[in-house]
Write a protein that binds this ligand. Sequence first.
Ligand SMILES: Nc1nc2c(ncn2[C@@H]2O[C@H](COP(=O)(O)OP(=O)(O)O)[C@@H](O)[C@H]2O)c(=O)[nH]1
Ligand SMILES: [Mg+2]
Length: 199
Amino acid sequence: MAEEQVLNTHNASILLSAANKSHYPQDDLPEVALAGRSNVGKSSFINTLLDRKNLARTSGKPGKTQLLNFYNIDDKLRFVDVPGYGYARVSKKERAKWGKMIEEYLVTRDNLRVVVSLVDLRHAPTADDIQMYNFLKYYELPVIIVATKADKVPRGKWNKHAAAIKEALNFDADDHFIVFSSETRQGYDEAWDTILECL
Ligand SMILES: Nc1nc2c(ncn2[C@@H]2O[C@H](COP(=O)(O)OP(=O)(O)O)[C@@H](O)[C@H]2O)c(=O)[nH]1
Ligand SMILES: [Mg+2]
């Protein structure tokens, strides 16, 4: 579906925050989950795709968002912002709680159509990035890797950085890979086209 015709992406709002299954919305709308380590640019990605400055709060305080945040997009689909991983200052107990919450959502949620997994185009994936990707592959979830902060990498080096990330992830050619920037909106059309294709 062409998003301009079918989906009003400006008609978006936060629906609810959930800690577990009993709080999830009870309907059949398709959901797109967004995952990535803290500070990778997840909230900025959501704001960019929804043409909003501050719907998903971008913060200098990584690790603050501890719940699954469900965004309603034009009553047709939802983005689900999954709390960022790899934040050093959370306790072991918090980490375990976080893991359970995310696993419960990703493994059991029938509404889930695709996971957008964000990485930083500048750097090799972290151990957490690789673990997340392996987890998604293990559960056979369709994945879109969004390599963000592309504005910080010279355009001539994008391919080299993308290749290094794919290599480290053991990237599955059936998945999608998008070079993105919330600063320049590089990848905006491709991101929407790919997401809608996966619904
Ligand atoms: N240059 C640049 N900075 C970005 C980009 N995306 C996010 N940021 C910055 O990275 C920081 C973390 O972004 P945020 O969206 O809050 O990350 P989150 O923790 O994954 O939700 C903020 O200072 C953003 O302004 C991008 O595409 N380019
Ligand atoms: Mg965030």
